[in-house]
Design a protein around this ligand. Structure first.
Ligand SMILES: Nc1ncnc2c1ncn2[C@@H]1O[C@H](COP(=O)(O)OP(=O)(O)OP(=O)(O)O)[C@@H](O)[C@H]1O
Ligand SMILES: [Mg+2]
Length: 374
């Protein structure tokens, strides 16, 4: 199994300078509001692409009383490998933009997120509870993060795809545009768009298979995941049509309206992610707050299981405020399941009693005024 054995922080939010030694299984951070629990798990999340689980701007994370930038040092124990020292901080460029920097054993790494030496992280935060009632882009990001945990290339593909859509928009806005150039851009859009669609569908297929075949005997409530949209409908009909040709044709047909409306009316950037909660046979968006939270956690645990079984990697799971909104039965099943997976988990909460379903192996930390005690 892979796990983080220590987190050492410098100038990091209200935690300042501290070192925390972790258990390779469940770690629970208990403390009052504003203690620094979420900040602690946020520090780990920052080694993933993007702005971490609080989606914070990089230069707002340094301790208010410090002029120096924040730095995170992690000791990462990866299966069959010597311990890796991962450091993460940010730099301000001459133009004033903040860029994240990651060092592995003191070396600056290029294309860092493609590297297998970076831990595979899965996280849950309370604002994800609104996932099913928010905009489709939230759900696309959610599913793309899951795809990314299996296939690091999706991140580059999504970025390139977005750039191409912008390029197409610019061309369409030009009077007497160069048709050859537009054709070339649309060809590239179809290539990347198809790859993104395939990867999403493949991942969802994998998760559904695990829900049906592996989790059935467990008490975890079953979910059926689906990625929906016009382009997916066409893709699923690919036995009867030449999908890529039809996709390209759809782009051509929508040129005029896209020129007026702006944007691009067809493609995986229009898709949505739907989940059927099988227990009640209702879609997630109609479920209660607690049920929606349960669905998301079930999907994340299914993802963790798939990574262990199919990818032979053990992810590290960060769960912020996991117990609130969940009834005793759901909580007990989830906590049982987390331990059953035998992966490293970092969880936060206000009330230690809510974690009573965990075994004695779980390590409890107490956080108060930015100080973490064990
Ligand atoms: N850059 C910073 N420097 C110093 N303190 C900060 C910084 N950013 C945030 N804080 C403070 O960190 C404190 C802890 O925040 P955190 O979100 O970790 O609390 P928490 O323990 O998770 O609380 P809750 O139970 O309410 O979720 C907050 O009081 C916040 O004001
Ligand atoms: Mg918190």
């Amino acid at each position: 199994m892979s796990y983080i054995s220590s987190i050492r922080l410098n100038n990091f939010r209200n935690l300042g300078n501290q070192e925390v030694n972790l258990s390779n299984l469940a770690n629970i951070f208990i403390g009052p509001n504003g203690a620094g629990k979420t900040n602690l798990i946020e520090s780990v999340s920052l080694i993933s692409p993007g702005r971490g689980l609080k989606k914070e701007i990089l230069n707002k994370i340094s301790n208010f009383n410090s002029k120096d930038p924040w730095v995170i040092h992690l000791k990462y124990n990866k299966k069959n490998m010597p311990v890796l020292e991962i450091a993460c901080t940010y730099e301000v460029s001459k133009t004033g933009t903040n860029t994240k920097r990651i060092l592995i054993n003191g070396n600056k790494e290029k294309k860092i997120f493609e590297q297998e030496s970076i831990p595979n992280l899965i996280w849950f935060t309370p604002d994800m509870e609104r996932l099913f009632n928010g905009s489709p882009s939230l759900r696309r990001n959610f599913i793309d993060r899951i795809v990314f945990s299996f296939d690091k290339k999706i991140l580059i593909e999504l970025n390139s795809y977005t750039k191409l859509l912008r390029e197409r928009k610019k061309i369409l806005e030009t009077n007497n545009f160069d048709e050859n150039w537009l054709n070339e851009v649309e060809n590239k859009i179809v290539l990347l768009g198809t790859s993104i669609i395939k990867k999403r569908i493949h991942t969802i297929y994998l998760l559904n298979e695990i829900f049906d075949k592996k989790f059935e005997s467990k008490k975890l409530n079953n979910c059926n995941l689906n990625i929906t949209g016009y382009i997916e409908e066409l893709y699923l009909d690919r036995k009867n049509i030449n999908f890529e040709e039809v996709y390209l044709d759809e782009l051509k047909k929508s040129r005029n309206s896209d020129r007026f409306k702006g944007g691009c009316s067809v493609g995986p950037h229009k898709s949505d992610f739907k989940v059927l909660f099988k227990k009640n046979k209702i879609y997630a968006e109609y479920c209660s707050t607690g049920q929606q939270k349960e669905i998301i956690l079930n999907i994340l645990l299914c993802q963790a299981y798939a990574l262990i079984e199919k990818n032979n990697t053990s992810p590290i799971v960060l769960l912020d405020e996991i117990c609130s909104h969940l009834d005793e039965t759901t909580r007990s099943i989830l906590l049982y399941f987390i331990e059953w997976l035998k992966i490293q988990v970092l969880m936060t909460g206000n009330d230690e009693k809510l974690f009573s379903f965990l075994s004695k192996k779980a390590k409890f930390f107490y956080v108060k005024d930015g100080i973490v005690n064990y």
